[in-house]
Ligand binder design. Structure first.
Ligand code: NI
Length: 254
């Protein structure tokens, strides 16, 4: 059994074949897919979608790209959405200093506010960090609340991974681990314990190497599991069962 801990099945890229993509995931052995929201409207779509399929769960939150659009009502609406029984996490939230689609100071302030909201809602967090390793680690370290969540699409080095693990976070590995240039990520995978790892597609983005240039989808999370097994010299079945157990535990999936 496999779990895709981070998919954007709610996005337009899946409008023409969403049901087929979910069926392909089931055939590939997935037992659950976490559909992750990136702003209020998108989070609403994620929750609606999760309510249409047993194997889908949802996360609600505002991505760093979109935090400039947060207004006075946004957090109340998110909190209402989060009461839905299919919502198992808050996110994705964090920092993106690669594109800076929202100003840095706004990103930092909204990240802190959303960590607080997640704590109030008693939900684990899904953290997005791109080109903001130092700042992300510092904010998580200084955060006084419960440290429960995952660094999604991990792109830091082993030193950062170790700090995040010591704080109590899981590390989620995407299909970039299959890319020829991803030596550093494979080094991280090799060194961190299997009981700290989640796997994800972040689809429709970041397909495995053999599908580069195409759309990614949840079924391809099996490629991530197989690559991790190869890198760690572990049995693929152990990688599947352990990463699935980790995701079930973090998101309280039954
Ligand atoms: Ni994402």
């Amino acid at each position: 059994m496999l779990i895709d801990s981070h998919a954007h099945l709610e996005l337009d890229e899946f409008d023409r074949d969403r049901e087929e993509a979910i069926n392909r995931a089931r055939q590939e052995g997935l037992e659950a897919i976490l559909v992750v929201g990136i702003n209020l409207d998108d989070s609403r779509r994620a929750v609606e979608l999760a309510n249409q399929h047993d194997m889908l769960f949802a996360a609600v939150g505002t991505h760093p790209h979109d935090v400039k659009k947060i207004n006075l009502q946004t957090y109340d609406r998110m909190a209402e959405l989060a009461r839905d029984k299919k919502v198992v996490a808050y996110g994705e939230i964090g920092l993106d200093f690669f594109r800076n689609r929202s100003p840095k100071d706004v990103q930092i302030r909204r990240f802190g506010e959303q960590l607080e909201l997640a704590q109030t809602l008693n939900l684990p967090v899904i953290i997005h960090d791109r080109d903001a390793h130092k700042e992300t680690t510092a904010i998580l370290k200084n955060w006084k609340g419960e440290k429960r969540g995952v660094i999604h699409c991990f792109s830091g080095d082993y030193a950062m991974a170790k700090q995040c693990l010591d704080l109590g976070f899981y590390i989620s590995i995407p299909a970039t681990v299959t890319y020829p240039k991803a030596e550093e990520l494979r080094e991280v995978v090799k060194k961190i314990p299997l009981n700290a790892i989640l796997i994800e597609t972040d689809c429709p983005f970041l397909p495995p190497q053999i599908y580069r240039g195409k759309r990614n989808e949840p079924a391809y999370v099996s490629h991530v599991a197989r690559k991790i097994a190869a890198v760690k010299n572990a049995a693929p079945a152990d990688v599947e069962s352990q990463t699935t157990a980790n995701a079930r535990h973090l998101f309280s999936l039954h």
